[in-house]
Design a protein around this ligand. Structure first.
Ligand SMILES: Nc1ncnc2c1ncn2[C@@H]1O[C@H](COP(=O)(O)OP(=O)(O)OP(=O)(O)O)[C@@H](O)[C@H]1O
Length: 219
């Protein structure tokens, strides 16, 4: 599902964020990505989202070589990836329902489909009863769950999470991980960038470790 072949990313500043990184994550795997600050985690995620391109090497997602992806096809490609951020980037002037509906509105779905899928996604994260309220009125953990519902509303084959539990206490972090596990169980590939060693150790999952742009461990 995610294949990196000798990928190097050097920014215009000359900073080499990733050096000759190769790995393969199979469809349906759930994997942690860890490493110190500046190790290259966000860069790796940005390459998968096609927000950056490699300086050399090849990134293949679901068999598609991203370097060959036409610029006009990038928005369509991104719809197949769900992204969860630490600061969830919700719109506080819209309801929970509208926040989750947003990706589907952008993809031009009918109101009927939107209603069905948004409610299914909110139900999955246990927030169906909060669909009408503003995210301002929710706890941090609930806001993060709205972010997850929004990430999965388009039924992505791939879910990327960048420090998804950064603001949460251990109990809520476990809750979020349980949700990710549920998605994995139905075939979604999940890649989670995290600093949280305790959380990583509590889950029996494969871990990729970056150090100064190099992949030093994947086991
Ligand atoms: N747009 C950019 N231009 C220049 N250098 C960049 C850019 N983005 C990242 N870098 C540099 O590349 C290196 C890797 O950064 P990256 O953000 O991928 O690390 P990270 O592991 O995600 O760090 P953190 O955990 O702090 O978010 C760092 O030295 C960073 O300063």
């Amino acid at each position: 599902m995610i294949k990196f072949e000798q990928v190097t990313k050097r920014y215009e500043t000359g900073q080499e964020a990733l050096s000759n990184v190769s790995f393969h994550i199979e469809r349906g795997q759930m994997v942690f990505l860890t490493g110190h600050s500046g190790a290259g985690k966000s860069t790796l995620l940005k390459l998968i989202m096609r927000m950056e391109t490699p300086t050399s090497g090849r990134v293949q997602i679901a068999g598609q070589n991203l370097t060959q992806l036409d610029r006009k096809d990038i928005p369509f490609y991104r719809r197949h990836i769900g992204v969860v951020f630490q600061n969830h980037q919700l719109l506080f002037d819209r309801s929970v329902y509208e926040n989750v509906a947003l990706p589907m509105r952008i993809s031009g779905h009918s109101e009927h489909d939107i209603g069905k899928r948004v409610r299914a996604a909110l139900d999955k994260v246990g927030l169906l009863h909060k669909e009408k309220v503003s995210p301002v009125a929710l706890s941090t953990g609930e806001q993060q769950r709205v972010g997850i519902a929004r990430a999965v509303v388009n039924k992505p084959a791939l879910l990327l999470a960048d420090e998804p539990t950064g603001n949460l206490d251990p109990e809520l972090s476990q809750e979020i991980m349980t949700l990710f596990k549920d998605f994995q169980r139905v075939g979604v590939t999940v890649l989670i960038a995290s600093h949280d060693h305790e959380l990583i150790q509590s889950m029996a999952l494969p871990v990729m470790t970056l150090a100064e742009g190099q992949l030093v461990n994947f086991s």
